[in-house]
Design a protein around this ligand. Structure first.
Ligand code: ARG
Length: 413
């Protein structure tokens, strides 16, 4: 069942499609009409041309390139922007993945499913399609890479914004003694949405999904609870340590990044949530292991009875391995797609070889590609790479990161 927000006077209602007929109430976060939009700069013609030439070079396209370029220039001259064909959009999103220097999972870049949602302009429409994205991507556990592309930034109309860093993230509740229940990365975001009227579950846990916040210039920012059945989770157990289940850990099946900007041929799509499937270390080493996240290595080490009085017993390393075995084991048990860092490193080298034989450079950020544990045990550690990442690509920006971590300020204030 869905949780429902208390709604102040004039707040509209949004209905989640596919939400078992559940009507979600939303809460308007800012009632006053915003000032006129800052006008987006006109599209850079050289960037647009470069992308269209790439699209024509790598695909069979009926329209001759000169005709396509003339059409694009005419649109940019008269409107300051141009519209991608559905095929250009789909290819652009895939190539943006291919160009993502920090992603080790790029072997499957062609398989990305691209949802063309450029005509969805309302906050409730965006939120409903985000929920639909979760269902399609989750696919009962057999995770599919999906991107949902909402309207682009144009001189006529600013694009919608999704404030959240990912569609599913867990609340972090600060206790009086300074400790945190849940994900410490999101304590400020949690406080902000609580201030907007979000009600945490009656019994708080370390894994309470935060509401989505979607903002448009016309409607302002609104909050939407995720229907619990759209949040597929995996309880964490260990292949041979029965006490592990008692830690009460779980994690969501699908990571959907929702605050990066997709940029294709000079057009910017700030709301374009996308997902792949997890590599175990993202959860076991970073989300569970980082000292400023769930910080579970000392907890596991103690349950393992390790000597934590000296660093040189390598208790951290030993506990980290068990934590990561538990994550991989649990996802496999639950039938949710996941991969380990050894397998994925080999696949990545296959991808590099394929790109090389296609005559392309493959941009790689070594510091992101080498896994956060056992780096030198993986082949990706032992070499250098091209680093320069061309467009199309996915970009983070300071404002979007700030909003995702603190819940403000609005994009159109
Ligand atoms: N590292 C992020 C997390 O733990 C997810 C980033 C994207 N990962 C992916 N496998 N597509 O939630």
């Amino acid at each position: 069942m869905c949780s429902v927000f208390r709604v102040s006077g004039e707040a509209p209602e949004a209905v989640f499609s596919g939400g078992a007929g559940a009507a979600e109430r939303t809460r308007r976060l800012r009632p006053v009409p915003p000032p006129p939009p800052p006008r987006a700069p006109a599209v850079d013609l050289a960037e647009a041309e470069e992308f269209l030439r790439l699209f024509h070079a790598e695909n069979r396209v009926d329209t001759p390139i000169q005709q396509r370029l003339a059409r694009m220039r005419y649109e940019v001259d008269t409107t300051g922007t141009y519209r991608h064909t559905p095929d250009e959009l789909a290819y652009g999103a895939k190539v943006a993945w291919r160009n993502s220097a920090r992603c080790i999972g790029r072997l499957y870049w062609r398989s990305l499913k691209v949802r063309d949602l450029r005509d969805v302009h309302t906050v409730s429409g965006v939120a409903a399609h985000c929920v639909e994205h979760l269902r399609m991507a989750t696919n009962g556990g057999k995770i599919r890479p999906v991107i949902s592309v909402f309207p682009p930034e144009t001189p006529q109309r600013p694009a919608p914004r999704i404030w959240n860093e990912q569609l599913i993230r867990y609340a972090g509740y600060r206790n009086a003694d300074g400790s945190v229940l849940g994900d410490p990365r999101y304590t400020r975001f949690t406080e902000a949405v609580t201030g907007f009227g979000w009600r945490p579950p009656a019994a708080r846990s370390g894994f309470d999904a935060l509401p989505l916040v979607v903002e448009t210039r016309e409607e302002g920012a609104h909050m939407f609870a995720l229907p619990p059945d759209a949040v597929h989770e995996v309880p964490i157990t260990h292949p041979d340590l029965p006490w592990f289940a008692e830690l009460g850990l779980r994690w969501h099946g699908v990571p959907v990044i929702s605050n990066m900007r997709l940029r294709i041929g000079g057009i910017s799509y700030p709301a374009a949530p996308f997902n792949g499937w997890y590599m175990g270390t993202e959860i076991g080493a970073r989300n569970f292991g980082d000292t400023d996240r769930y910080n579970l290595v000392p907890v596991v080490a103690e349950r393992l009875g390790l000597d934590t009085s000296r660093e040189d017993t390598l208790w951290r390393d030993r506990a980290l391995v068990e934590l990561n075995r538990a994550v991989l084991h649990s996802y496999h048990q639950a039938g949710v797609t996941i991969t380990d860092h050894h397998t994925e490193s080999h696949r990545f080298l296959t991808h590099l070889a394929k790109e090389e034989s296609a005559g392309r450079k493959c941009p790689v950020d070594w510091s992101w590609i080498v896994p956060p544990m056992s780096g030198s045990q993986t082949p990706v550690f032992h070499r250098y790479y091209d680093t320069e990442a061309p467009g199309p690509n996915y970009y983070g920006d300071e404002d979007a990161t700030h909003r995702a971590l603190t819940g403000g300020p609005p994009a159109f204030a």
